[in-house]
Design a protein around this ligand. Sequence first.
Ligand SMILES: Nc1ncnc2c1ncn2[C@@H]1O[C@H](COP(=O)(O)OP(=O)(O)OP(=O)(O)O)[C@@H](O)[C@H]1O
Ligand SMILES: [Mg+2]
Length: 357
Amino acid sequence: MSSVVVYNLVKTYAGGDRRATDGVSLEVADGEFLVLVGPSGCGKTTLLRMVAGLETPDSGTVSIGGRDVTYLPPRQRGLSMVFQSYAIFPHMKVRQNIGFGLTMRKVPRDEFDRRVKRAAELLHLEEYLDRYPAQLSGGQRQRVAVARAIVVDAAVLLMDEPLSNLDALLRLQFRAELKRIVGQLGTTTLYVTHDQAEAMSLGDRVAVMRDGRVAQLGAPLAVYDRPADRFVGGFLGSPPMNFLTARVGGGALAVGDASLQAPDHLSTWEGRDVVVGVRAENIQVATEPAAGWVPARIEVVEPTGAALLLTVRLADEQLKVQAPATFPAAPDARVHLRAEPAALRFYDPESGLALDA
Ligand SMILES: Nc1ncnc2c1ncn2[C@@H]1O[C@H](COP(=O)(O)OP(=O)(O)OP(=O)(O)O)[C@@H](O)[C@H]1O
Ligand SMILES: [Mg+2]
């Protein structure tokens, strides 16, 4: 068993004016890949460093495999780490870099060779074992750092933005590789990124953090589909979720002159404004009007290759709409929009929290 349980972790740095983590609780199940995602400064690295034992919390606990490790030094926690600055040793060949943790543990020669070979195979580094890091590309060096972390077969793997030094294409390739490797190993993994697409693609579950707290934790698609608040909806997804203000009245939602059917659970909001959230891909667009469709005007047309991303104006609101690549779109053209009622989400305009059905 190597679950990781974090309970109510609070950390304020000396000289810091606010809490870097403000009572974070979460559980990474045995063998699970959990991604911590959130904007810069929200406390991801701080949380990871407390799990690693590199930082001591003001209060709260960290347990690994059912054992309280809150005050144990890093080497007694049975974990392995990859950091953003991957810090491989320039004077050592790839073989010695990958096997560093094994050397430290005085693993016998034949076992060293076997394990380094396996890690190198997993990361497609076999042909580079006798090179020095300076003779590798950035992506290869990053793979060496990951190989070095997995070779020790730790029960828990911690990774802080391990792909951050790669260009966009390499990042995409290595992301898929990493998913394959960690899936194969079945290691309990806590992975930090500020890249929402990376979080969605890698995580069994994602924890979206904001201001030192977990805003929402769940399966990537569940969080994407039902953001618990406006922050999460605006952070996950590209483009972010659209938000429009609508007035509830007589069973309808008014956005400017347009009217949508209001779900029953909004009856308590009669006469007040709510925020409607809807994803770009859940809005249909047509050139001709039809009953129940809402007129809007195209402002910007951006081809993404697979689709068109339209910026449209509806009353006072601007929203992003995903149209088929073949849609005849032009700036200033009038179009008609519709969304499946089931795809609409509703938020409290004051607190930003989801209004549950
Ligand atoms: N050593 C430190 N001393 C003082 N304040 C710190 C220290 N490290 C982090 N902080 C502060 O704690 C907060 C959380 O920082 P942290 O590094 O955990 O954020 P992060 O989510 O990892 O951000 P990023 O995505 O930029 O890496 C920030 O406000 C940061 O300025
Ligand atoms: Mg960080």
